[in-house]
Design a protein around this ligand. Structure first.
Ligand code: ATP
Length: 340
C-alpha cells in the first residue's frame, strides 16, 4: 500500500482534502494516508507551524498531498508553502489550465500548462529595511535553476506532445536577472528544434492571455510572474476552484491546488473541491496510476458538464460534499460497469 503524507491545511483545506480522500477511495486507490498538519491548525496543536513530524513524514514518504495553508500578510512567519518547496527542492511548479465544458467564461479554448520556477526569485525572502522609509528585497536568479526549469519545460512539452514553449520575462527592465533567465531558456530551446520557442514580456503576456489565450501552450516563468500569471489563467477557465498543481523535485513531489485557504468560505461546505481532486489525479499520474487518474478527470468533467451538482463559484448550488459525492458516484458506476 502506498504511503502518502496528507496535510489538511487551513481554511477550506480540511474540506477539500477530505474530498480527495473520498474520490481516491471511490477510484479504488489503496493509499495509507499519513495525516500530519502544518500551518495555523498545527501551531495551535503543537506550537510549531511546520512540525518535525510533518518534515519526517514527507522525507520518508517522498510524496505529499497538501491542502492550502494561510500565510499572514505583511508580518509573521515565513510562508510554509515556500519553506516546503525550498526544503524539498521541488523546483518545478506545474499548473495545467484547461477550459471545461459547462463553465461559463468568455473562452472555451484555453489549454495551457504553466511551468513556474519554484525555488528562487523574490521568494528567497531576502528583505531588509535599508533605513527608515526605505525597504529592499533581493531577487535571486541563478543559471543553475533557470537551466533546470527550462529543461523541465521542454521535456514536459516533448513528453506531452505540446508544440510550443513561451518564456515570460521582464528582461527589458531587469536586464541582468531576467536577462540571465531568458538567456538560459534560449540555450535550452536550441536543444529542442522540434518545439517552437518564443518570448513574451510579462505585462504583454497578461494582455495576450485575456485576449488570445488559445495562442499559448506551455509557459515557463520565473517564480513571481508564475504565481501571478497562474491566477490570471485560472480566471480564464472559471476560477481558482478549478486549477490543479504539482510541485516536482528530483525525488519528492508535493501536490496542491493553485488556490489558497479562502478563509471567507471556510467551514461553509461551499468550496469547490475540483482543484484539489484534479491535483490528486496529477499525483496518480506521477505514481503511474494512469487509468485511475483518467477516470477521475472524466468524472470531474462529467459532473461539471452536467451542471447538477456543482458549487456556487461555478454557478451551481451544491455543497462541497454533494459535488464530491457526484464525482464518486460517477467513478463507482463506471468501475462497476467495467467489472461486470
Ligand atoms: P490565502 O491567504 O490562503 O491565499 P485567499 O482567500 O487570499 O487565501 P485564495 O484562497 O487563493 O486566496 O482565494 C481567493 C478567492 O478565490 C477566495 O476568496 C475565494 O472566493 C475563491 N476561491 C479560492 N479557492 C476556491 C475554491 N476551492 N472554491 C471556491 N472558491 C474559491
Amino acid at each position: 500500500m502506498k504511503e502518502i503524507t496528507l496535510i489538511p491545511g487551513d481554511g477550506i483545506g480540511t474540506e477539500v482534502t477530505a474530498a480527495v480522500q473520498k474520490v481516491l477511495t471511490a477510484a479504488n486507490q489503496s493509499i495509507a494516508w499519513e495525516i500530519v498538519n502544518g500551518g495555523e491548525g498545527a501551531y495551535q496543536a503543537t506550537g510549531q507551524y511546520i512540525p518535525d513530524a510533518l518534515l519526517d513524514s514527507i522525507s520518508t514518504n517522498k510524496i505529499a498531498f497538501k491542502g492550502p495553508i494561510t500565510t499572514p500578510i505583511g508580518k509573521g512567519f515565513k510562508s510554509i508553502n515556500v519553506t516546503l518547496r525550498q526544503k524539498y527542492n521541488t523546483f518545478a511548479n506545474v499548473r495545467p489550465v484547461k477550459s471545461m465544458e459547462g463553465i461559463k467564461t468568455p473562452f472555451n479554448n484555453v489549454d495551457l500548462v504553466i511551468i513556474r520556477e519554484n525555488s528562487e526569485d523574490l521568494y528567497c525572502g531576502i528583505e531588509h529595511l535599508v533605513t527608515e522609509g526605505v525597504a529592499e528585497s533581493i531577487k535571486v536568479i541563478t543559471e543553475k535553476a533557470s537551466l533546470r526549469i527550462g529543461e523541465y519545460a521542454f521535456q514536459y512539452a516533448k513528453k506531452h506532445g505540446r508544440n510550443k514553449v513561451t518564456s515570460v520575462h521582464k528582461a527589458n527592465i531587469m536586464k541582468i536577472s531576467d536577462g540571465l533567465f531568458l538567456d538560459c531558456i534560449r540555450r535550452v530551446a536550441k536543444k529542442y528544434p522540434e518545439i517552437e520557442y518564443e518570448e513574451v514580456i510579462v505585462d504583454n503576456m497578461c494582455m495576450q492571455l485575456v485576449m488570445y489565450p488559445e495562442k499559448y501552450d506551455v509557459l515557463v516563468l520565473p517564480n513571481l510572474y508564475g504565481d501571478i500569471v497562474s491566477d490570471l489563467a485560472a480566471g480564464l477557465v472559471g476560477g481558482l476552484g478549478l486549477v490543479p498543481g504539482a510541485n516536482i523535485g528530483e525525488d519528492i513531489a508535493i501536490f496542491e491546488a493553485v488556490h489558497g485557504s479562502a478563509p471567507q468560505i471556510a467551514g461553509k461546505n461551499e468550496a469547490n473541491p475540483t482543484a484539489c481532486i484534479l491535483s490528486a489525479a496529477m499525483m496518480l499520474d506521477y505514481i503511474n496510476e494512469r487509468s485511475a487518474a483518467d477516470l477521475i478527470r472524466e468524472a470531474v468533467a462529467y459532473v461539471i458538464r452536467e451542471g447538477k451538482h456543482t458549487t456556487k463559484d461555478i454557478g451551481g448550488n451544491a455543497t462541497t460534499e454533494e459535488m464530491t459525492e457526484a464525482i464518486c458516484s460517477y467513478i463507482r458506476t463506471v468501475s462497476i460497469n467495467a467489472a461486470g
